[in-house]
Design a protein around this ligand. Structure first.
Ligand code: SAH
Length: 344
């Protein structure tokens, strides 16, 4: 049996109960295991002090589904970036972002990413593999444990493209909601768009917040920034987004990274406004965070405000989102592990 098949994290209460009975324990221990796993955040079955000693010793090596913290770094604003080591030695990044009232976790959904967006550090490292649902849950429990505080929000904005790994992402959403206890509306799935997957997500009828990384006001410019947009036309993407709104009755957030003189001209703002008119949406402008290649530049405050004002003049709901964690390379687009696989 591989860890993937047997990891306890990600299993529901009935599944855990069935499993615990298969190990010769009474049914009521299923509930106990469930609480210790999701509420106390155990890393090893030996830690469950209410269980018989002999059973704990026997199960000490059973895979719970937790990663190891390989390294971590704190930015002056309190944001912490973790490098987590998975069972197979691969490393992923997770970010914990504390604000006054919230603790947000930015989770990875894949090791690396196949989308290869020009401005994103993760895109430069290529794709290695999908994450399993338990590996997504582990990231949230790790941050919760390290901060000693309950996680209030989760954003699928770390490494990877969530809609390219939809099944496991949806499984993790259900477990984050039911088992870890985070409201669906406080979970955000972000995507550059993968053909037909927006429709597939809509069919799940979740209450999650949905964000589209749009980044350009037309097909021509978009495909220069996001290579995969060549196979997914701007109009088709927006059509699927409209379907999403119709099916779920939830508005969509459009993320728009601002790259100086590339996509931040006043005519870009006007064109964007034209497309989003009457759309139940909100635009988040994200000033570019530098990555080592330095191919792009962040626009100054003045250019950002002009862009924002044009959208507002067209009655488009808009805000500017400065990422946290810049100093720890933990901000949007800066997640990359050079050390993909560590020895031992
Ligand atoms: N693949 C998904 C999930 C990753 S989210 C997606 O693209 O939506 C990462 C967010 O950070 C996206 O909105 C992305 O466009 C943004 N981002 C990527 N690189 C960035 C950079 N260098 N500076 C600021 N934001 C960036």
């Amino acid at each position: 049996m591989t860890t993937t098949e047997s990891a306890l994290l990600g299993k529901s209460l009935p599944e855990l109960t069935e499993w615990i009975e298969s190990t010769g324990q009474p049914k009521y221990r299923g509930k106990q295991l469930y609480q210790w796993l999701y509420q106390k955040g155990i890393r090893n079955l030996e830690e469950i002090t209410v269980f018989p000693k002999a059973w704990r010793a026997e199960m000490a090596d059973y895979p719970v589904g937790r990663s190891q913290i390989h390294h971590y770094k704190t930015a002056p604003d309190g944001t912490r970036k973790y490098l987590l080591k998975l069972d197979d030695g691969l490393i992923i990044e997770t970010v914990g972002i504390p604000t006054e009232k919230r603790l947000t976790v930015c989770v990875s959904s894949q090791v690396g990413c196949a989308m290869a967006c020009e401005f994103c550090a993760t895109g430069k490292m290529g794709f290695t593999r999908h994450l399993e649902a338990y590996e997504i849950l582990d990231q949230v429990l790790t941050v919760q444990e390290d901060f000693g505080q309950r996680v209030s929000n989760v954003v699928f904005m770390g490494m990877g493209e969530p809609l390219a790994n939809l099944e496991q992402v949806i499984k993790s959403v259900h477990s984050l909601n039911k088992d870890v206890g985070i409201g669906q509306r406080l979970l955000t799935i972000s995507t550059v768009g993968v053909p037909n997957q927006i429709r597939a997500l809509a069919a799940e009828n979740l209450q999650v917040t949905f964000a589209i990384s749009l980044h350009a006001p037309n097909q021509q410019l978009r495909e220069t920034l996001i290579p995969t947009a060549k196979n997914y036309h701007f109009d088709q993407l927006l059509d699927e987004c409209r379907e999403y709104v119709d099916m779920t009755h939830r508005r969509i957030s459009f993320e728009y990274i601002l790259l100086a003189r590339v996509n931040d001209l006043p005519e870009h703002a006007t064109e964007l406004a034209k497309h989003l008119k009457g759309f139940q949406s909100h635009v988040n402008l994200i000033p570019y965070n530098p990555i080592s290649e330095e191919e792009f530049q962040r626009p100054g405050k003045k250019r950002i405000n002009v862009f924002k004002q044009i959208l507002q003049d067209h009655k488009i709901a808009v805000s500017v989102r400065y990422s946290k964690g810049l100093e720890a390379d933990a901000a949007c687009g800066q997640l990359r592990t050079n050390l993909i696989k560590t020895a031992g």
